[in-house]
Design a protein around this ligand. Structure first.
Ligand SMILES: Cc1cc2nc3c(=O)[nH]c(=O)nc-3n(C[C@H](O)[C@H](O)[C@H](O)COP(=O)(O)OP(=O)(O)OC[C@H]3O[C@@H](n4cnc5c(N)ncnc54)[C@H](O)[C@@H]3O)c2cc1C
Length: 490
């Protein structure tokens, strides 16, 4: 009886409409919705299609009358069948499985990288995702890999595609902080028998699992999902603004490599490589992200609104999740290191059987959490604040999971979260202004006072004073001071 009731409560048919039509009351461009543009609705129902909105985000649009139930059931922000329940059906019965509120289910946790065949050098982090996908292909566990590769035009820089060989998989390495959608590749899977591996950010994997609940063909044909740890997804304004600030304006932009590794630098000190086109544009530019005003992920510029209403950092419904080891112990190694959460015993076996090709260090849930601590704070404590704020205004919000041990935010912390929402919203407006003026400095001028205010709220006074003094000191004095402090602490 209870399960029948729960099943009935999983879907409120109108939720899909709220997901795709809700406007953020604070958004000056009025475009943002709770839709991530995954395309699950368009795959199950032709009454929906995916379009790019004027803020450079992909989003669903309903183009004809329909029974909204099918789309509501597979939308990651409309369905009330949450990550916990999906993961439970997949992993709760696995021998030796453990559970943690941040990691979800897990068998093993590691930090590591791939030693073989340049996977690490070509990848964003340790190269594990491409290596694992290629290894699964070579072993015959799968026939093809669904992942994000080069698109066919600068306006469609990256998109979901299907690779059938390890070489094709390798061509798709690296993170694309860019709008993507999957309805077309899912149609391909429906039409072409085979076993596919799906690679995606958490909300996309949730959609694939929700579709698989309803669709036995997809369930059978996509037996594995690899998850990417996710901070948030970006509008295409992110690529355009990074390129523009590097000297290549939007009309001359061909492609951005978002994760260009700099030899001998720490992993966090990476660059972007921008390819331009046309006679007036330099052929390509490499620029450290630290020298760009748009790349501080904490500011959340050009973030999809939906990402502020997601609580799944570690792709809890994936068979295995990979991210960046943003930990002091590993961040010094510029070649890149992954954090790894294994949930499926078959993946655990692959890692065991290929131990000579990879380097793994045992990790712990606490260390994995620590590598994404900022993301967790924003998506758990921050999310509870954002939900509360919207509900207080009588606005609709997607149903989210409840977590224990989330402290109520202090007044200062609330201001930090509110300011982040403002930075996200204003970044779109500022980009429109820069575009209208044909001048990127308009963007910087619009955002600068807001960033200054955000730093005043988010960075404690003592840290700001220390930083200001640090900026005034010559480099040699700074290094000696740091050494002295370290000796004193030891
Ligand atoms: C939008 C986004 C946000 C992220 N946020 C974080 C974060 O906050 N913290 C963190 O630790 N890691 C984050 N990551 C993951 C991280 O950037 C690396 O992708 C991850 O560590 C894997 O590195 P790798 O070297 O093993 O993968 P690689 O060997 O480089 O392979 C990457 C694989 O991911 C696929 N891929 C790339 N972009 C996308 C995309 N947008 N959607 C679906 N598949 C894609 C590629 O096609 C390729 O198959 C994010 C990634 C993305 C795309």
């Amino acid at each position: 009886m209870d399960s029948v009731k729960a099943e009935a409560n999983d879907v409120h048919n109108t939720d899909i409409t709220r997901v795709i039509e809700s406007k953020d009351a604070d958004s000056p461009t009025g475009q943002t919705t709770f839709c991530i543009g995954c395309g699950a609705c368009a795959f199950v129902d032709p009454a929906f299609r995916i379009i790019k909105n004027s803020d450079g985000c992909l989003q669903a649009e309903q183009v004809s009358d329909t029974d909204l139930r099918a789309a509501s059931q597979v939308c990651p922000f409309a369905s009330r069948y949450d990550e916990n329940r999906i993961a439970e059906t997949l992993f709760a019965g696995v021998d030796g499985i453990k559970h943690d509120e941040n990691l979800g289910y897990f068998l093993d946790t590691y930090v590591g990288y791939v030693k073989q065949d340049g996977y690490r050098e070509r990848g964003s982090s340790g190269g594990f995702i491409s290596w694992l996908a290629a290894t699964m292909l070579k072993q015959g566990l799968i026939d093809a890999v669904i992942h994000v590769k080069d698109g066919d035009s600068p306006e469609n820089m990256y998109g979901y595609q299907i690779s059938h060989t390890p070489e094709e998989v390798t061509q798709g390495a690296k993170s694309k902080y860019y709008p993507i959608t999957m309805s077309e590749v899912l149609k391909y899977v429906s039409d072409n028998a085979g076993r596919y591996l799906f690679i995606g950010i958490p909300c996309f994997i949730k959609s694939v699992r929700l579709i698989a609940r309803q669709n036995p063909v997809i369930k059978e044909r996509i037996p594995y999902c690899i998850g990417l740890v996710c901070g948030h997804l970006k509008s295409d304004f992110f690529a355009k603004s990074e390129a523009w600030e590097s000297g290549i304006p939007p009309q001359s932009l061909e492609r951005v490599d978002f994760r260009y590794k700099l030899q001998g630098r720490p992993a966090s000190d990476y660059a972007i490589k921008v390819d331009g086109r046309g006679p007036e544009s330099p052929h390509s530019v490499i620029k450290r992200t630290a020298d760009l005003s748009t790349t501080d992920w904490g500011l959340g510029y050009f973030k999809y609104n939906a990402c502020d209403f997601c609580d799944d950092v570690l792709a809890e419904t994936a068979d295995v999740t990979f991210g960046d080891a943003w930990l002091p112990k590993y961040a010094g190694d510029g070649l890149g290191t992954n954090v790894i959460v294994v949930r499926n015993p078959e993946i655990a076996t692959i890692l065991d059987e290929h131990a000579d090709e990879i380097q793994l260090f045992d990790s712990s849930p606490a260390e994995i959490y620590q590598s994404q601590a900022g993301g967790f704070r924003h998506r758990r404590q921050g999310l509870s604040y954002r939900i509360e704020t919207k509900r207080a205004r009588g606005e609709w919000v997607p149903t989210k999971r409840r977590f224990t041990g989330i402290q109520a935010p202090s007044e200062r912390r609330k201001e930090v979260y509110a300011m982040r929402t403002r930075l996200k919203n204003e970044s779109f407006q500022a980009y429109h202004e820069a575009e209208a003026a044909g001048d990127f400095s308009k963007f910087v001028a619009h955002m600068k006072p807001l960033v200054r205010r955000y730093r005043r709220i988010s960075v404690p006074l003592l840290t700001r004073i220390k930083r200001s003094i640090g900026h005034l000191l010559p480099a040699g004095v700074k290094t000696n001071l740091k050494r002295l402090l370290r000796i004193k602490r030891a």
